[in-house]
Design a protein around this ligand. Sequence first.
Ligand code: GLC
Length: 430
Amino acid sequence: MQNILRRLGYLRRFLFFLTLSLGVILFSWIVTAQQPVTLNLLMTAPDAQPWQQGMVKDFEAENPGIRLNIIEGPNATNLLEDLYTSAFLLGDSPYDLVNMDVIWTPKFAAAGWLRDLTDQISQEELAAFTPQDVEGGRYEGRLYRIPIRSDVGMLYYREDLLKEAGLEPPETFQDLMRVSKALQQQGKVNWGYVWQGRQYEGLVAMFVEVLEGFGGFWVNPDTLEVGLDRPETLQAIAFLKDTVQEGVSPPGVTTYQEEETRRFFQSGQSAFLRSWPYVWPLANEETSQIKGKIAIKPMVHAPNQTGGACLGGWGLGISKTSKHPKEAWKAIQYFTSIEAQRRFILSAGYVPSRRELFTDPEIVAKYAHYPQILEVVQQAVLRPPIAQYAQVSDILQRYLSAALTNRMTPETAMKSAANETRQLLVQGKS
Ligand code: GLC
């Protein structure tokens, strides 16, 4: 009898512990199931601010099961690319979404770091974006990146000063020099023109525009022909060197990135600036010295040539190793939707990737120059969309910077740049 009672006691305790453990397991399962999925995303610090201010909160409010963790990286796109690259090379990348500059797609796709998004989106849906931006997301016919904002290089100028002096906005490189010098001589401004001359990706983005304006080319993506040792390239370098030698550009330009040039122009120190559309809302802020005094136009060119416009821009891809591809795709759909883009553009002043937003009444009421930007975007050219782009760009950055800072003659520098580029592309082919 006692035995039976003891056994019953054991059984009761056993059942008690079993229920307790099952309860604990069930409870933690419910808690985990309810825990939001966190998507990690790395972007440049200036980009992160407008995201954090609005877009992310709106997205999370609409998607309570998903959190977005934005990690701020360095300002220069090539440094950000290095961070993504080392994360992918190490294996399990911590990033779910990949915020990609338009020039990264071929390399990241060729390395197998991205999910193929081709079947996630229909042709009709893609047709709403500017074709150039969509092209920037393709590699070997497959789609890896959905454009979230476009970007294009343009010439900013002080409309007020030109009007006061009775001068027309420049069309050619010579005009730009002449008008700058006239404004400087009249004491209206200390400097004529600022551009990005530091050794980094922004230098080549600026340079391809000047190169195109002289009728030259860098790498032909179809034939892999290299144009760096042709006379047009030397003319393009000569123009940039002249801006400094003739006192039109400050000697410091060879150390400037976008933000240094924007601050320079915005503080009223120069009449012209080459930059991207993000400058517009900042230069027109209440506190800006040039608020309401500027205009934009396509980049200047040599006589009988057309102005070059470099296509920039950012888009989202999904990392191959992400454990949350469904949620990541949801985020992409949200951030590229018309509503989210409209809000993002109205608050951050970026250029949309959806064509219809360039002429959207609410957007045009705030940014009257957007229809004009769409025209420039549609004529813009991609930097060579090839898998070896990062290396090809690094070669040009190094030699161009050496030529601009008088460490090498332009001839020697470009001969070496052309040869190294050819060697690299031949190796890549075999
Ligand atoms: C802008 C452009 C990007 C370009 C970079 C260069 O961010 O959108 O495409 O590579 O500037 O600095």
